[in-house]
Each structure stands twice: as C-alpha cells, then as structure tokens.
Design a protein around this ligand. Structure first.
Ligand SMILES: Nc1ncnc2c1ncn2[C@@H]1O[C@H](COP(=O)(O)OP(=O)(O)OP(=O)(O)O)[C@@H](O)[C@H]1O
Ligand SMILES: [Mg+2]
Length: 235
C-alpha cells in the first residue's frame, strides 16, 4: 500500500504551515453494523437542540472537519456530548460523519452504538486497516477504541495519518478524547484537530481545572463549551 504513489495527496499539516504531500490509507467499512443506539445517551431532544453552526464559521470557506470533545475531569459528559453532536451533524446536515473513540482509558462508543469493541483505533495505530463500522443511523459511522493494550505513546504519531485518511472519506470526524486532566490525554493530538469542545458539568467541574486545561490547549482551537447536566435550578 505504501509503495503506491497515487495515494499521496496534499495535507494542510506541513512544517511551517506549508502544504506537504501525505499518504492516504484506505478506510474499510465493516460489514457488521451497529445493532442498537443507547437512548439513555443519545436523546432526540438533545441533538435537535444542538447548535452546530459554530462548525460552519462565516469567515471560513469550508466547515471545521475534525472536532475533539474533552472535559477537565472524569464523568462530566464527554461521551454523551460527542455522541449527541455526531448524531446532530450526521442527521442534521446529511454529511458522512465518523465518531472516533480516543477515550483510551474508558472507551464506551461501542456500547452506545452496539458495535464490536474492536478492531478499532488501537489496531489502526499499529498499522492495521482503518476499519469503521456503520451505526444504525444514516451517515453515522464509528471507529471503536479497539484493544487498549496496544495504545502506547510511541504509536500516537500515526494518528495524524489516520485523521487525514478519515478526513478524506468523511465530512466530519468527531473524537471522544480522555479527560484533559488525565495522564492519558494526548495533548499533541488534541491540538492537531480542527477544533475542540470542552464539556463542563455543574457541581463537578472545578474552575481551577478549567484553567489548567487552557494551559495545555491552544486557546484558538477551543470552539466553545457544553454545559452538561443543567437543571432549571442551576440557571
Ligand atoms: N446530562 C446528564 N444527565 C444525567 N446523567 C448524565 C448526563 N450526562 C452524563 N450523564 C451520566 O453521567 C455518566 C458520565 O457521562 P459520560 O460517560 O458521558 O461522561 P464522560 O465524561 O465521557 O466520562 P469518562 O470520563 O468516563 O469518559 C454516565 O453514566 C452518563 O449516563
Ligand atoms: Mg467517556
């Protein structure tokens, strides 16, 4: 596959912002399809109200294609937010969307969409095929985390090529990232994405953790915040 010259296309990620030519790896669509959507996570009400206009900024000719979702700490609603956003984008825009489970320590996308836990991102980082699985929802595909034991820091550099290849096959790539405060958080990768959404949750998220997160991330990559789990009393 890597000897072929016609799989080289322009990538926006050159050194010094110059365009470079980069390999596109084939993306395989699995014959297995998701067998359910967990309605406790994906709520029609939620995704109908998701305002995704931020991904189509007026000053850019093209939408922002790759979006990571993180939060300062654990269990603040990253997976809930990224799943609902993926459904909103796929169904609301009719554009092909892939949801990537980069939540290495606590992967759960496969549970939400009833797909096999692997092979997935971990195997693709090790050089296997990038194998995405169609969900039950039209235009929405998922790349599960795969075998967590294969995630090692030295494999992470391959993510750029995977992201580039996914961007070539899908209009939106959404990434469920680990908590920004965890040791597993891939700062370099998060900063390679087109934009980041930060989930915060009342009574859980600490102000100083949000400050720490901003010291790790490029401020200009942050597209906005999702306030999760808000009750009428909190407003
Ligand atoms: N708005 C909400 N209302 C009620 N429960 C919620 C809400 N958002 C998330 N939860 C619940 O909180 C738990 C954590 O949510 P979720 O898995 O989305 O968080 P996470 O940030 O992805 O967690 P992790 O750090 O484990 O990856 C889940 O049990 C989920 O069902
Ligand atoms: Mg999660």
């Amino acid at each position: 596959m890597y000897e072929m010259r016609d799989d080289l296309i322009e990538s926006p990620w050159g050194n010094d912002g110059k365009q470079v030519r980069q390999y596109v790896r084939p993306v395989k669509i699995s014959a297995v399809t998701g067998d359910m959507v967990d309605r406790r996570v994906v709520s029609y009400q939620l995704y109908n109200s998701f305002n995704y206009s931020a991904f189509f900024p007026a000053e850019r000719r093209s939408p922002i294609f790759s979006i990571g979702v993180t939060s300062p700490g654990r269990s603040e609603g990253k997976t809930t937010a990224v799943c609902n956003l993926a459904v909103a984008l796929a169904m609301g825009t009719g554009r092909k969307t892939v949801l990537v489970d980069f939540s290495i320590t606590r992967p759960s996308i496969h549970e939400v969409f009833g797909i096999p836990p692997g092979p997935g991102l971990a195997e693709a980082l090790c050089g296997s095929d990038i194998c995405v699985v169609p969900t039950q929802l039209e235009n929405l595909f998922a790349l599960p985390a795969g075998d967590r034991r294969l995630f090692t820091p030295n494999r992470l550099s391959a993510f750029r090529e995977i992201l580039f290849s996914l961007n070539n096959s899908f209009e939106f790539v959404l990434v469920d990232l680990p908590s920004a405060g965890s040791r597993a958080f891939p700062t370099i990768i998060a900063n390679q994405l087109g934009g980041l959404l930060i989930v915060v949750r009342p009574k859980m998220t600490k102000r100083r953790e949000v400050g720490r997160l901003f010291r790790k991330l490029h401020e200009k990559s942050v597209l906005g915040f999702v306030m999760n789990g808000v009750n009428d009393d909190d407003l």
